[in-house]
Design a binder for this molecule. Structure first.
Ligand code: NDP
Ligand code: GDR
Length: 333
């Protein structure tokens, strides 16, 4: 039975990846931080067979301990301060977790596996945010980086470190340059979920409006369930490599609002949406759209959920969840 260790198991991707690996016969271990992490009951409900280990990406001994206990064949490093907006306010923590955390887990692997590094494979959750102020469109594996946030800078450090450990030590280390991916499990601070939740609550009469930032930014949004499959595929190849994972389509926040509000029968959302400079970022990434040809050709990967279907899936899930929480029976869409 192959064994996998996932950092960031309590996050959106950790949950989908845990489900995928369990369904493929893996023994799954997940790193959980904090002395009483409130997400543990949720993880245990969604992933009943998974063994949770205490540890933190800012604490090397705990990473060594987690690797010694789990002895994984595959390590997926998904843990991070992942919200770009907060990375300006907590730049040091972002650097320590999202950047230096990669160094620590790679060093922990070297310490635990010693001369036997061929026993383990490593996946690093890199990001389209590394492209930042984009030098070409669409972005591909060879596009130069120009990160625009402390988060993007920290991810770029982690990316190059992953490449470097592959080149320096022959570690089977892959970096996935993943574009935005969403789902009903997306954290409520990210724009897609903020919108789907607000639209659900507006539909149910629980609120009137939502306050957002820059409505003109464009992103390449896919479904998280598809993207964790690409992570797994990268670690099953004969040779380690880096891959862009994206849908190849880009949409603005305005288009996201169009689709989300259309789901509840509202075509003019202007009276429900306020744009407030408070939510603008010190430096914005204006447009992202990825070229995933390499992943398609080498990994046989392609997205299965389109933009409209994704947004509708999120709005529907939030209507159900918000109605249940408020003790309402939602009217039929
Ligand atoms: P989430 O924000 O949902 O999850 C982040 C995870 O990191 C949580 O489990 C969190 O734990 C954990 N974490 C935070 N700090 C630490 C720490 N100090 N030590 C250990 N774990 C920690 O992110 P996603 O699931 O969306 O993303 C997974 C990874 O992929 C992240 O690295 C993200 O930056 C990257 N990525 C995501 C993309 C996306 O569109 N979703 C696109 C490209 C890259 P806790 O629950 O305790 O806070
Ligand atoms: P992003 O996702 O920064 O791309 O990072 P987010 O959903 O936070 O922002 C996307 C775009 O929407 C604009 N925006 C708003 N964003 C938020 N969160 N809240 C708002 O009110 C709002 N209004 C407008 C933003 O300015 C931005 O342009 C995500 C994370 O998952 C990262 O970890 C990951 O690496 C990248 O995707 C790829």
């Amino acid at each position: 039975m192959p064994r996998a260790l996932i950092t960031g198991i309590t996050g959106q991707d950790g949950l989908y990846l845990g489900e995928l690996l369990s369904s493929r016969g893996y023994e799954v271990f997940g790193l959980v931080r904090g002395q009483s992490n409130p997400k543990v009951p949720m993880v245990e409900r969604i992933l009943p067979g998974v063994e949770l280990l205490e540890g933190d990406l800012t604490d090397l001994p705990s990473l060594i301990g987690a690797l010694e206990v789990s002895q994984p064949d595959e390590v997926y490093n998904l843990g991070a301060v992942s919200f770009v907006g907060v990375s300006w306010k907590q730049a040091e923590l972002t650097g320590e977790t999202t950047g230096m955390g990669v160094l620590r887990i790679l060093e922990a692997i070297r310490i635990v596996y010693g001369d036997d590094l061929s026993r383990v494979r490593f996946y690093q959750a890199s990001s389209s945010e590394m492209f930042g102020k984009v030098r070409e469109t669409p972005q591909r594996e060879t596009t130069p980086f120009h990160p625009r946030s402390p988060y993007g800078v920290a991810k770029t450090f982690g990316h190059y470190l992953t490449v470097n450990y592959r080149e320096s030590y022959g570690l089977f280390a892959c970096s996935g340059l993943l574009f935005n991916h969403e789902s009903p499990r997306r954290g409520p601070e990210f724009v897609t979920r903020k919108v789907s939740r607000a639209v659900a609550r507006i539909y149910l009469g629980l609120q009137d409006s939502v306050t957002l930032g820059n409505l003109d930014a464009r992103r390449d949004w896919g479904f998280a369930g598809d993207y964790v499959d690409a992570m797994w595929r990268m670690l099953q190849q004969d040779e380690p490599d880096d891959y862009v994972v994206a849908t190849g389509e880009t949409h603005s926040i305005r288009e996201l609002l169009d689709v989300a509000f259309a789901r509840i029968g509202v075509s003019d959302w202007s009276k429900h949406v306020v744009s407030d400079p408070r939510f603008f970022r010190p430096a914005e990434v204006d447009i992202l759209v990825g070229d995933a040809s390499k992943a398609r050709e080498k990994l046989g990967w392609k997205p299965t959920v389109g933009f409209k279907e994704l947004v509708e899936m999120m709005v529907d899930a939030d209507i159900k969840a918000e109605a249940e929480a408020a003790g309402l029976t939602p009217p039929k869409l």
